[in-house]
Structures are given as C-alpha cells and as structure tokens.
Write a protein that binds this ligand. Structure first.
Ligand SMILES: [Zn+2]
Length: 92
C-alpha cells in the first residue's frame, strides 16, 4: 500500500522522466532544418557518392537525387564509369 506522499513521489519521478526524454527529442522544424542543411551541403559539394560499388564494374555509385515512390523507399543511383543505373533502398 502506497501512502499519498509515496504516490506523489512516484508521479514526480515519472514527470521528470518525461521531461528528460522531451529534452532529448528534436522538434519538427529543427529536424527539417538539420536535414535540409545536410542535403544542401552535399548538393553544393556535388558529393553525391554513396559508398556503394557498381555491380557491373566496381566503381563507386552516386545518387541521382531522384527518389521513387515504391516501397521500400529508394533513390535512383548511377555509375559514372559504365553508366549502369539502379535503385538504392533507403534505410528505415
Ligand atoms: Zn559501373
């Protein structure tokens, strides 16, 4: 049996946990700003290489920037060496 004082302490701890978790979370606006900044940085550096090798020739592929509406979500990739094209699934 918990006393009212113990119950209050439990509730306060739970409220503190919720506030601590909220402090770690991002807002939608901040999230979008951060992602946009990464996209723009990458775009202006023309560094669209994606760290994946071409199945045909072994050269590093790059993202074309064109997404697809399929499931799972994906982006079109191209090989600058042999011009092979494909779809790269995006991580969930
Ligand atoms: Zn290739």
């Amino acid at each position: 049996m918990t006393t009212p004082k113990q119950q209050e302490a439990i509730e306060n701890r739970e409220l503190n946990r919720i506030e601590e978790r909220k402090a770690l979370l991002n807002t939608l606006h901040r999230h979008n700003q951060q992602i946009l900044e990464k996209h723009l940085t990458k775009w202006f550096r023309q560094d669209m290489s994606n760290g994946i090798l071409c199945d045909d020739c072994g050269h590093e592929l790059y993202d074309t920037g064109r997404g697809t509406l399929d499931f799972p979500p994906s982006v079109m990739v191209k090989c600058p060496n042999c011009r092979a094209m494909g779809k790269r699934y995006l991580s969930p």
